[in-house]
Design a protein around this ligand. Structure first.
Ligand code: VG1
Ligand code: CO
Length: 543
């Protein structure tokens, strides 16, 4: 077994985005691309000599090959041990938990999350720090700087390591420990939730359908929901992960999880439906005949979390990303707890969770989580819902109506314009940024602008500042629109337009969100010139 040093040159564009580095799979497979980035991670975090890392991914195409390369490079860079999920599989929340439980120095997660997988689709790699959370910008900046000055990488020449059976093997001086990817995570869930109460609910005729979308959550959901909690066999559908996610798009929203929507809207709908994404950190929640928007789900979970054992003493605080609706703010206000507003991306929640300032966090993009790990966690959200349903004995629809009656409803929708030419998307944002100062007082589609600014975030824990985190326009009536460019795409640009309006009259809380938001949708286009800049008549994904 030989350790070799390979000469290389910096590769342009290895800049981590909202959540790690995401590129076309074929880009990741180009000569030196993966190796350069892995070495830059190791260099950017100050070397890995003597360190222990966690490694695993969502099982997409190239997950297995990339894992072997990373192991060979970790050995050549002097790591003491790498803990790998069996077959290099770990959901993102399970990886976060393993980093924390085993007290490792961090971990590498192979995933492009909700992006499709396959040779012609997307791949990704993310470094999580010792707290189990996505590396903060102070670290990703160092990793990016390392990619720009890289001259060599280290790798071991050896055969593939067998990752198919749990146990410990040696790779040179380094230990490779293969672990069951589900066991530790399932145990954690049992500590957080009242499994007896959920089991009782499920044995009482309550039916659920969990759509794993052919992605990593399948084995976790089968073990926890069916084996441990007694949901009927077959409750978890699309449970076998496949390298291309069954040819689908593993993004749990009404567009990509339309099968689940159809099932939940049918006459014979189960009581509860949920779906998760490629790497298992997102969730979509439905009840019989009702879809719960992620922002409402976060608010409702915050209102009722005390019903689950782990949160029975209440929440220290809550946090949401800026584009997420203010529904949770109203719950926090009523409970008298702090509510933080962060930029998009889970990495910004880490400090708040570490410092004990927030217990629950969430994003409008179907991510919810708590201080049990440092990632969003799809199955955790499903279990918290089930725990609440079991304790209250109410249906999803009832809980939602009661919530609206008590707090009002923040009508909410996100309109995505995908694969827009980058130059056109930037031109739209630049033009809008340039006129923010002149907007207040002006009216668009009958709505008068009250405030307009570009969001920056000052981390209350370490004082770091994140700038250029989205353009927001608030109207006199309390409604608002936010414009942002996605940081997870791999081709062109995706413009995200986030729309929100508060309704406090309970009699008006059951409208179709697109109807309720019509004036804001019209105002958004007038303000930003979406149609003229992008040449698009309509968004291609509405959630
Ligand atoms: C999107 C979401 C963001 C989420 C991120 C990673 O980012 O909007 O809320 O944290 O994906 O989620 P962007 O920059 O494309 O808007 V996942 O499930 O891809 O790890
Ligand atoms: Co994800």
């Amino acid at each position: 077994m030989e350790q070799i040093t390979v000469n290389t040159k910096p590769i342009q564009g290895q800049k981590p985005g909202t959540s790690g580095l995401r590129k076309k799979t074929r880009t990741f497979k180009e000569p030196h691309f993966l190796e350069n980035y892995v070495q830059s991670i190791f260099d950017g975090i100050g070397g890995i000599e003597g360190k222990t890392l966690v490694l695993g991914g969502d099982g997409r195409y190239f997950n297995d090959r990339a894992s072997q390369v990373i192991l060979r490079m970790a050995a050549a860079n002097g790591a003491a041990r790498v803990i790998v999920g069996q077959d290099a599989i770990l959901s993102t929340p399970a990886a976060s938990h393993l980093i924390r439980k085993r007290g490792t120095d961090g971990g590498l997660i192979l995933s492009a999350s909700h992006n499709p997988g396959g040779p012609d689709a997307d791949f990704g790699l993310k470094y999580n720090a010792a707290n189990g959370g996505p590396a903060p910008e102070s670290i990703t900046d160092k990793i990016y700087a390392a990619t720009q000055g890289l001259t060599r990488y280290r790798i071991t020449e050896t055969q593939d390591i067998d990752l198919s059976t749990p146990g410990v093997t040696a790779l040179g001086q380094m230990q490779v420990e293969v672990v069951d990817p589900v066991a530790d995570y399932a145990m954690l869930m049992e500590e957080i939730f009242d499994f007896d109460a959920i089991r009782a609910l499920l044995s009482n005729g309550f039916r659920l359908r969990f759509d794993a979308m052919h992605a990593v959550t399948g084995p976790y959901a089968v073990e926890i929901l069916e084996n441990r909690l007694g949901a009927a066999s077959g409750s978890v559908v699309n449970a076998v992960p496949s390298p291309d996610f069954g040819g689908g798009h593993p993004d749990p929203n009404p567009i990509w999880a339309s099968d689940l929507v159809a099932a939940m809207m049918s006459d014979d709908a189960p009581d509860f439906g949920a779906a998760s994404d490629g790497d298992g950190d997102r969730n979509m929640i439905m009840g019989r005949g009702v879809y719960v928007t992620p922002s409402d789900s976060l608010a409702l979970l915050a209102a009722h979390a005390h019903l689950a054992p782990a949160y029975k003493r209440g929440l220290k605080g809550v946090a949401r990303s800026m584009p997420t609706s203010a529904a949770v703010d109203r719950v926090a206000e009523k409970k008298g707890i702090a509510c933080y507003e962060t930029p998009t991306g889970w990495k910004f929640f880490g400090n708040l969770l570490d410092a004990g300032k927030a217990t629950l966090c969430g994003e409008e993009s179907a991510g919810t989580g708590s201080d049990h790990v440092r990632e969003k966690d799809g199955l955790w959200a499903v279990l918290l819902w089930l725990n609440i349903l079991a304790e209250t004995g109410k249906s999803v629809k009832e809980l939602l109506s009661e919530h609206y009656a008590e707090y009002g409803r923040n009508y909410y929708s996100r309109h995505d314009y995908e694969d827009v030419e980058s130059a056109k998307a930037s031109a739209l944002m630049d033009a809008l940024r340039g006129k923010l100062g002149s907007l207040p007082g002006q009216s668009f589609a009958g709505l008068t602008v009250k405030t307009a600014d570009e969001f920056s975030y000052d981390d209350p824990v370490d004082g770091s500042r994140a700038t250029a985190q989205g353009l927001r326009v608030g109207f006199e009536d309390g409604s608002r629109v936010v414009f942002r460019l996605s940081g997870t795409g791999t081709v062109g640009a995706t413009l995200r337009v986030y729309l929100e309006a508060l309704e406090t009259d309970p009699a008006k809380c059951d409208r179709d969100p697109q109807e309720a938001l019509k004036p804001i949708i019209a105002a958004a286009d007038e303000i930003a010139g979406i149609k003229s800049h992008t040449d698009r008549d309509a968004p291609n994904v509405i959630t």
